[in-house]
Design a protein around this ligand. Structure first.
Ligand code: JCF
Length: 676
């Protein structure tokens, strides 16, 4: 046996110390300081050293102990049969390794049946029943001694207090996972944020923390669930011969089992199950961190036995981690269209949740304070599902001495105007308005977007370039652009310059509603813009309306009314509107005095199938201008359906409800009749 070189021994001692520290934080305090992925990596490094230098294995190595001691605040429960953990496989190759060892040990060549199930990310528990009545619930603790959490377990709605069905065992110890579904986790954290309290890093910590409440009323208020996955102590007249049979018996006695549990034959089928579940991972209502495979035949399980703290008949195939540690390199403050300033974390790129992440949102100033994060800190990045990556925690133990506090800017990073924050609002805003380059860019992007002025070919990058090159300063300048100015720009050929100028010219003909929306008044979306257009008919009365007058309109509340009044009080905004009109931007005012101006007021229309003469969007505009509401589904309240070729279920439904239907040609006739 090789004796261990000094430098490796130093590294080894360091790993033992760090892993013991992580274990303490994780198992004893329910407050881990590093993500699982980091823990796993250190554990593997340690195991590798111990494999090569067997004589060097330290007495206090985590491989010799697994887990921490039970907390003193709950009384202790000794597990008659130890609560096992699972070995991990991080690749298909490691899974095949597992299967080869199983077969070798059993001296078996025929295929083995495995029970597959998602590995829930919660807290392991043992729940004991005597003659069908719940006696105690215990945490796993260090695997041999756990905490008595009976009062808390009793509050969990899907844990039976009394077993149901037949053949109830004299003694039944059920093992399973207690977890918090994603929705419950989000709600819990939202409430904590609103109350200025501490949030949980992930659903697993929230579940473990909820179970460790000394006051069971707190536990009762958390939407915890338990899912049963195996049996510990068991005394009964008969014993099933398979793991699946045992689980089915548990289901019969009233336990929740995982709905995706499946028994398959052979390791290839296991790998296939993994692939199927990996695709559904983000859509499941709870966090899972891998797949558990168990040899189905209990007789084979017995022959395989255990090694250290894990069974030889089971393995967990891990998914890519959803949490990783990385370093915060800096914070940038982005300025949005309405001046809202959002801090964005620049990170040392890290692979998490299946993608490389180099930015994460920090939301606002409160979030920075809540996290207590500094530039240079090591942070835990969480990317669950398709949501924006978040910084969930700072690893204080690793804070470098030169870590710098994050200063929220007093002045806009783009235009140097003062930053203001309204009473009761979380967002801080640049006060520069259309003097601010960032707000100008965002305003022009919005103005040109499809649902606004719909300027084809004027993308975000081009807008930024034109503002940076000081070719345009406001939306009004778009209408002064000519091909000569554009051709000088990077990657702008003559042909695309000509196309852009043409698209800008086409955009001059618009509708009042689109124009109002394009102005980018705060809180005025498409629907509100349409409502304003229908009620006022022209822009002047809107610009002159008081907040009180605006409030008389359905769907317009005090906040929107304020924003509208403020917008039209600002002389800069008025001169931009003036300039746009002078440049030839125009729309048809809606004649409110004439009875017929909105002949479809109060009606709901539905457009379905293809259209050849008009686009769907144009048809919608035309109907809205006549006062109709355009809905996306047919109901008894629908007044008229316009059906083009290929119309399907909506047409069928309209016919069955007896709702009038017209085709596109009839629709065109109808529209031209309205215009006369
Ligand atoms: O879902 C789980 N986290 C889970 C953990 C599922 C299992 O079937 C387990 C487990 C831990 C140990 N089985 C064992 C033996």
């Amino acid at each position: 046996m090789a004796s261990i070189p000094e430098s490796i021994f130093e590294e080894y001692k360091q790993l033992v110390a760090e892993l013991n520290q992580h274990n303490h934080r994780y198992y004893v305090l329910d407050d881990p300081s590093v993500p699982d992925s980091e823990y796993d990596r250190q554990m593997r490094a340690l195991q590798e050293i111990e494999r090569v230098y067997v004589d060097a294995v330290a007495e206090d190595s985590p491989t010799q102990r697994v887990g921490g001691a039970a907390l003193q605040s709950f009384s202790q429960i000794t597990h008659v049969l130890p609560m096992l953990s699972l070995d991990n496989a991080f690749s298909d190759a490691e899974l095949e390794d597992f299967e080869r060892k199983v077969k070798d040990r059993l001296n078996q060549t025929i295929e083995i049946d495995y029970v597959c199930e998602p590995k829930l990310d919660g807290a392991a528990v043992s729940v004991l029943y005597r003659d069908g009545l719940l006696v105690y619930g215990a945490t796993r603790g260090d695997g041999s001694v756990g905490e008595d959490i009976t009062a808390n377990v009793r509050t969990i709605k899907n844990v039976p207090l009394k077993l149901q069905g037949d053949n109830i065992p004299e003694i039944l110890e059920v093992r399973g996972e207690i977890y918090l579904p994603k929705a419950g986790f989000d709600a819990l954290n939202e409430a904590a944020r609103a109350a200025g309290g501490k949030t949980f890093v992930n659903p697993r910590n929230a579940a473990a923390g909820s179970l460790r409440q000394l006051d069971s009323k707190v536990t009762a208020s958390r939407p915890l669930e338990m899912c049963a996955y195996s049996v510990g102590q068991y005394q009964a007249e008969s014993t099933p011969s398979t793991h699946q049979g045992m689980l089915e018996a548990l289901g019969g006695w009233g336990f929740k089992l995982n709905e995706h549990m499946e028994t398959v034959t052979g390791i290839d089928a296991c790998a296939d199950y993994y692939k199927r579940l990996a695709q559904r991972r983000n859509k499941l209502p709870y966090d899972i961190d891998g797949i558990v495979y168990k040899v189905n035949q209990l007789a084979l399980q017995e022959r395989l036995g255990f090694v250290a703290k894990a069974p030889r008949w089971a393995i967990a195939r891990k998914f890519p981690a959803q949490e990783e540690m990385t370093q915060l390199l800096g914070v940038e403050f982005q300025v949005g269209r309405t001046g809202a300033i959002t801090p964005v974390a620049r990170l040392q790129p890290v692979f998490v949740g299946g993608v490389t992440v180099s930015n994460a949102t920090l939301h606002n100033r409160d979030e920075i304070e809540r996290l207590g994060v500094r530039v240079g800190d090591f942070v835990i990045i969480r990317r669950a599902g398709d949501v924006i990556p978040q910084i969930s925690k700072v690893v204080l133990e690793k804070r470098p001495p030169n870590a710098e506090p994050i200063l929220f800017p007093e002045r806009c990073p783009v235009c140097q105007s003062s930053v203001q924050r309204n009473e009761g609002e979380a967002v801080a805003r640049c006060s520069g308005g259309l003097f601010c380059g960032a707000q100008i860019k965002e305003a022009i992007k919005h103005f040109a977007s499809r649902k606004a002025m719909d300027i084809d070919g004027l993308g975000d990058k081009l807008v930024e370039l034109m503002v940076d090159e000081t070719i345009i300063f406001s939306v009004a300048d778009l209408y002064d652009l000519d091909e000569k100015r554009l051709v000088g720009l990077e990657r702008m050929a003559e042909k695309s310059a000509a196309n852009l100028v043409a698209a800008i010219t086409v955009s001059k003909q618009t509708t009042l509603a689109k124009f109002l929306y394009a102005l980018g008044i705060r809180e005025v979306g498409e629907a509100t813009a349409q409502t304003l257009a229908n009620n006022f008919g022209a822009i002047e009365p809107i610009a002159q309306a008081s907040a009180e007058e605006l409030l008389e309109i359905d769907d317009i509340g005090p906040v929107v009314a304020r924003h509208i009044v403020n917008f039209f009080r600002n002389p800069d905004n008025l001169s931009i509107i003036e300039a746009l009109r002078n440049a030839g931007v125009r729309w048809a005012d809606i004649d409110l005095s004439s009875q017929d101006s909105q002949p479809l007021k109060g009606q709901t229309w539905v457009l379905t199938g293809g259209m050849q003469i008009m686009s769907r969007a144009e048809a919608k505009d035309a109907l809205q201008a006549l006062g109709a509401k355009v809905a996306s589904s047919v109901s008894a309240k629908t007044n008229q359906v316009v059906a083009g070729p290929g119309a399907g279920s909506k047409l069928t439904k309209a016919e069955s409800l007896g709702i009038p239907v017209m085709d596109e040609a009839q629709f065109m006739d109808f529209l031209s009749a309205q215009r006369q």
